[in-house]
Design a protein around this ligand. Structure first.
Ligand SMILES: Cc1ncc(COP(=O)(O)O)c(C=O)c1O
Length: 523
């Protein structure tokens, strides 16, 4: 066993035998993992999710664990490969053309490699001294991306967070502390003077917003749900009257949350109109662009976020439509000063006694996290190496692909389209002729389940205007219209099988005089 200089110096022995910190071994292990991932990415089969029941997966995982011992078990290549198999084999196949189920992206591989660099060099990003380049990269990326938002150069700021949910929570905290002074120090009752604190959000807002309201002490019953149109966008023409009514009922609606790409349909709220309403009513406007923020870098699709420069804050997930490893979320503020108000009473950057030339570059004061992954590095690296065009091209393709899929559906009479897509999310129903209306929602769930267990495609189900629909999210640029066409065929086949099975049961059951249900819905 090698002795490090430190060990020799201190005369102590460390029994890390075999030396699992050996750089040679690191190279070997990385080689195995990289070769594995290469063949995984080379697999061009159309495949969906391999969903395994949890107890079986626990069993399989436990079988791969080394026996309890007082000595360190040596590296076992076979075990390592089997763990890789289990991990990758049960994961969402983000690089497959059958994957249309969720908003997770197949990451740009170079960003994945760089994530390894961050992991091994372990540079937590909240403090300058612990992660110098990450802190600088955050500044650079904020300026690069703000070109597409349009906040005033010297006024705005950005902080990265671990996920869009945390970004939304942080933004709502800043909003609350800005609009309800004293709450940070004295608790919620201090703000009641002007009415009971409340927020207004879309009927279709992501659940992280309602969770944030719960955490902030606003309470679910003080969340005002704004109605949406068939396209899933907030009906701006209704908002003022709703706010007036809330105010008359004793509520102080201090924040309005709009979405730029809702989770269910990818709908974009009318930000420009809503920003006018927010201003008139002295409300903070937060835009949840976790999904759709990426469209800002596309000259063709940026218009979906028209008026974004008037928002007070914007959540933008880089791990969704900027294709870097999760989590990497960006929270932009129009006003830098207010970003400091999220986690303290004084909503401004206060130079402490120890402040130095580095302090201003640190995200820690604006961020809930203390130890924070330098996830911004993956984004900065891609931007530095390939530039904006990489993102604009991919986003443009995914939105066009979704539009093509919509047009294809338009020609299929047995499918019902729920909305005209605004980005890369498309919701629809399979509705064969003569099927009774009240069966349709349950039928969609059965189709989704059947498609998932077939293992060729992975799509999701979603609740829209109170009814279940199928949802395809296009995150992989390898998907072509032909794959979507194949999916429709699979849906038809699955639907036919479900109908046949249930019809057989009905015929069978009728003989015995009982009624049959399709998951509790009579056929
Ligand atoms: C619109 C929207 N907001 C927020 C979130 C939460 O983001 P994250 O999963 O990064 O926490 C999502 C996630 O899908 C989303 O679609």
């Amino acid at each position: 066993m090698r002795k490090t200089e430190n060990e020799k110096a201190e005369g102590c022995e460390v029994s890390l035998d075999p030396n699992i910190f050996d750089p040679e071994l690191f190279g070997e292990h990385a080689g195995i993992a990289v070769a594995y991932l290469k063949s995984y990415m080379n697999d061009v089969s159309v495949r969906g999710l391999n969903l395994i029941d949890p107890p079986s997966l626990i069993d399989a995982a436990k079988k791969l664990m080394t026996k309890e011992s007082d000595t360190i078990a040596p590296f076992d290549e076979k075990r390592f490969r089997m763990i890789l198999d289990l991990y990758i084999g049960t994961g969402i196949p983000v690089y497959s053309t059958g994957y249309m189920g969720r908003q997770f992206s197949g990451v740009v591989p170079l960003a994945g490699i760089f994530d390894l660099v961050s992991s091994i060099s372990n540079q937590p990003a909240s403090f300058y001294e612990a992660g110098q380049l990450p802190n600088v990269a955050e500044q650079i990326m904020s300026t690069e991306l703000n070109r597409f938002i349009g906040f005033e150069d010297k006024q705005f700021t950005m902080v990265s967070t671990s996920g869009g949910s945390l970004a939304n929570l942080t933004a709502l905290l800043a909003a609350r502390n800005d609009k309800l002074p004293g709450v940070w120090s004295n608790g919620m009752p201090a703000g009641v003077r002007d009415g009971i604190p409340a927020i207004a959000i879309s009927e279709d807002a992501h659940y992280s917003i309602t969770r944030a309201a719960g955490i902030l002490g606003i309470g679910e019953s003080r969340i005002i749900r704004l109605p949406v149109n068939r396209a899933g966008q907030i009906r701006a023409e209704k908002v003022q009257a709703i706010l007036d009514e809330a105010r008359a009922g004793g509520l102080n609606v201090f924040c309005l949350v709009a979405s730029a790409g809702t989770t269910s349909m990818g709908a974009f709220d009318p930000i420009e109109e809503l920003s006018g309403i927010a201003k008139k009513n002295d409300m903070w406007l937060h835009v949840d662009g976790a999904h759709g923020g990426g469209l800002l870098v596309s000259d063709k699709f940026r218009y979906r976020l028209k008026g974004i420069e008037n928002a007070d804050s914007l959540t933008w997930d880089a791990h969704k439509m900027l294709f870097v490893p999760a989590p990497c979320s960006l929270l932009f503020y129009k006003n830098k000063e207010k970003s400091y108000g999220a986690f303290k009473q004084e909503a401004s950057y206060v130079f402490e006694d120890h402040a130095d030339i580095y302090s201003e570059y640190e995200g820690a004061e604006k961020n809930f996290e203390c130890t924070k992954r330098p996830s911004i590095m993956n984004l900065w690296l891609l931007w530095a190496m390939h530039g904006k065009a990489l993102f604009a091209e991919k986003i443009g393709y995914l939105c066009r692909l979704c539009r093509d899929a919509y047009e294809l559906l338009n020609e299929e009479p047995d499918f019902e389209i729920i909305h005209e897509p605004e980005c890369n999310i498309l919701c629809f129903r399979y509705k064969p002729q003569n099927m009774q209306e009240y069966i349709i929602p349950d039928f969609q769930i059965q189709i989704r389940n059947r498609i998932r267990s077939n293992g060729m495609f992975f799509i999701s189900k979603v609740n829209i205007h109170g009814e279940t629909a199928l949802r395809a999210v296009f995150m992989n640029h390898e998907i072509k219209s032909a794959h979507f066409r194949l999916l429709l065929e699979q849906i038809r086949q699955a639907g036919q099988l479900i109908i046949n099975e249930h019809t057989n049961i009905i015929l069978n059951e009728q003989k015995h005089g009982s009624q049959v249900f399709l998951n509790n819905v009579c056929l």
